[in-house]
Design a protein around this ligand. Structure first.
Ligand SMILES: [Fe+2]
Length: 269
């Protein structure tokens, strides 16, 4: 059962200071370069009261606590959140106008909570038409991403094994177009790598990701950064259908993949 949350207009509830910072960052970013916008937005922490008071926030906190207490697995965590999204009016649950807030802004952080070596965040992705977020894998991350508006083209992979410092063997597990309320998940051992984008219209996606909460990881920590790292799964397909995916730096990945729709790149199945 979801609790009733009293809704007031978004502009009253999202901190005015954050809006000013956000607007200034976007203004500066657009003036400097269209690619500067995501980097500037990553510096901002748009915690807002509406998110902290939502039933969705309380649901995430409950799931995080159960994950930390090892009462549920990462798969259970991401699946339960995905099912929860089917039961609520996602946009109204946080605040009216949430989707509009993301329009034209590649990333809007709604709320972030962190502890020692761990962090979870609810955020919005807005993907421009005919563009995508480059392919990437994740270390010690669990996420659930649900489409709010438009359609998202999502291609997912599982990691098979590490070949060397810069190369992973992966296998493609899906290639789908997701409509609003459809979601995709990421855990260490299921659909760990993905990329996603928009075709003719923009897509808005609500992302919940939690980093550093998993005790059992595909690779040892070894000083490895939590969260995403970029890979290129388009280079070499092997006779058994698996792919040699090369790790790549962020700039190379965004340069190669972000300004084209995902359908431009051949599937590896
Ligand atoms: Fe991701």
């Amino acid at each position: 059962m979801t609790e009733q949350v009293h809704h007031v207009p978004a502009m009253d509830r999202v901190k005015r200071r954050d809006f000013i910072l956000l607007s200034a960052a976007i203004g500066i970013g657009v003036a400097a370069s269209p690619f500067a916008v995501p980097r500037l937005l990553q510096l901002l922490n748009i915690d807002n009261d509406a998110t902290a008071e939502s039933a969705l926030y309380r649901k995430v906190v409950e799931l995080i606590n159960r994950l930390e207490a090892k009462q549920i697995t990462a798969e259970h965590f991401s699946e339960e959140l995905g099912k929860y999204y089917q039961e609520i009016d996602i946009n109204r649950d946080i605040y009216e106008g949430m989707i509009d807030l993301a329009d034209g802004r590649p990333r809007v952080k709604l709320i972030t909570r962190s502890g020692a070596d761990k962090l979870w965040r609810l955020q919005l992705w807005w993907v421009a038409p005919n563009s995508c977020q480059p392919p990437h894998a994740h270390h010690n991350l669990v996420s659930t991403q649900v489409v709010l508006k438009g359609k998202a083209h999502v291609r997912q992979y599982e990691r098979i094994r590490r070949i060397d410092d810069r190369t992973l063997a992966v296998r493609q597990t899906s290639d789908r177009i997701l409509a609003p309320y459809e979601y995709f998940k990421t855990t260490e051992y299921t659909d760990n790598a993905h990329w996603f984008g928009a075709d003719g219209e923009p897509a808005t996606i609500l992302n919940l990701n939690a980093k550093g909460y998993l005790g059992d990881t595909f690779e040892p920590a070894d000083g490895r950064k939590l969260g995403r790292y970029y890979i290129d799964p388009t280079l070499e397909r092997r006779p058994d259908g698996s792919i040699l995916a090369r790790e790549t730096d962020k700039e190379t990945a965004w340069d190669k993949f972000s300004n084209r729709p995902l359908r431009d790149f051949e599937t590896a199945s």
